[in-house]
Design a protein. Structure first.
Length: 172
């Protein structure tokens, strides 16, 4: 007689399954205001960002639009190998209106909070690039702005962006 009381086996969802779960959850009442999905379709609740974080997001959204043209968006779900993740700002030269976005937008920006771990941010950076982003921009809690591409960290934006932080927003 086999014992069925062991731990549940979690199965990684396919990209199509993750996207379907994401769209299904977006319309359900009672869920956290902000969430992401892990690769198994599980909810990852996110803390609401504080005012300095939001000021940086808005400033970067405006600067990217001015420098790259087109439209930058905040808080858009991106389908990755580690689930559906939400960069703080994304930019794409042409939007396909997919939710979650797949492939990843050209630019993905993460503004770090004190509760972000290095491992989490490294995983997200790798996942956005693997999903098709050309540049990932990380704003650290000390105000340092870092640029990443498929080859690793860059000294400056390969897309020619010159981003500046709003006065009085750092350190977080």
């Amino acid at each position: 007689m086999s014992d069925m009381s062991g731990p549940l086996v979690h199965r990684r969802l396919s990209e199509a399954q993750l996207a379907a779960r994401w769209r299904e959850l977006l319309d359900q009442p009672g869920l956290p205001h902000m969430f992401e999905l892990d690769q198994y379709g599980g909810l990852i609740e996110m803390n609401p960002p504080k005012t300095p974080h939001q000021r940086i997001v808005r400033a970067f959204q405006q600067q990217i639009e001015e420098q790259a043209g087109g439209e930058a968006l905040p808080g858009l779900g991106v389908l990755t190998s580690i689930g559906v993740r939400i960069p703080d700002v994304v930019w794409q030269d042409r939007w396909a209106n997919e939710d979650p976005a797949s492939p990843a937008p050209t630019i993905c920006v993460e503004v770090l909070s004190p509760d972000n771990t290095r491992r989490e941010i490294d995983e997200k950076t790798t996942a956005y690039l693997a999903a098709g982003a050309r540049e990932v921009i990380i704003v650290e809690t000390n105000g340092r702005i870092r640029f990443f591409g498929a080859e690793g960290e860059r000294l400056a934006s390969a897309l020619g962006l010159a981003l500046t932080l709003p006065a009085g927003t750092y350190p977080l």
